[in-house]
Design a binder for this molecule. Sequence first.
Ligand code: TYM
Length: 339
Amino acid sequence: MDMAIERPRVLSGIQPTSGSFHLGNYLGAVRQWVAQQETHDAFYMVADLHAVTVPQDPAEFRSNTRLAVAQLLAAGLDPERCTLFVQSHVPEHAQLGWLLNCLTGFGEASRMTQFKDKSAKQGVERTTVGLFTYPVLMAADILLYQSDQVPVGGDQRQHLELTRDLAERFNSRYGEIFTVPEAFILKETARIVDLQDPVVKMSKSASTPKGIIDLLDEPKASAKKIKSAVTDTDTVIRFDEEHKPGVSNLLTIYASLTGTGIPELEQRYEGKGYGALKTDLAEVVVEWVTPFRERTRGYLDDPETLDSILAKGAEKARAVAAETLAQAYDRMGFLAAKH
Ligand code: TYM
């Protein structure tokens, strides 16, 4: 771990709300988390405090949180190489969140597009204040760990901008304590789109089940979804996100799951038609999800190991978070409690 001191720090999080992660979560974010364990001092968390910004059934929420941890391990996170924890196990997140709430403009928070979209869909009365301040809590997550980089999908870019603004604001008002983080967004997989409606991102809330590849679905069902993905009336297999978003999405998924370059795929499928591409990609997906599901089940079947991983993770995370929070309290002028 000594080497970790010189490594840049990363932090990222995923919500446990939907049960199974989908392919967009994996390719847009989690896959990069796995890679960055080797090169960064990495902190990854299940964002359960964010999840309760919309109503959750308590029993389901608890089991989905475990399921999220199991999936992260199944995807390749290694607790020896990264710090894996559950956000609510580290109370400093909510505490710094409050301080940052008091530094965030009402107008500034109102401009967050994810909030605007979600609250428009739900209606004002059903939208919680928690959903409104969601990005501020996210800023607290990131700043507590002095993160240099934050590996996320493209939909989180605006939240990262807010995080940077808040870090800079705090630093200039109270003295430099926060590292100003950068988003780490891989261009190729920043936005995996819906299989049925390839102009919108793949997302549980926005898409029909047919448009989403859930990693824990029956592999056969996923194969079927790939085979019935919406493409276009042309027959040419070419990467062109503007004119051929459906085909481009399939090529992106294929390329990232197999490590094959897109130009190579275009060549391989020249003159072969969409059917061949879909059949092969369906197989690639089945080969990936089948062992993933098994590994997830394995971790779920061993709750003691899971709990001990999370206990260690929370302890490591807390040591870092508590130090940052203490500095923030001190700089803002809170009277220190004497014990
Ligand atoms: P969440 O749980 O919605 O999604 C987890 C990650 O998956 C990415 N993602 C996608 N990437 C590409 N294509 C898609 N269709 C797609 N759908 C989702 C998301 O960009 C995200 O990286 N607010 C965060 C959780 C969070 C967080 C944090 C992230 C809480 N605190 C601190 C980073 C740092 C979220 O809701 O992600």
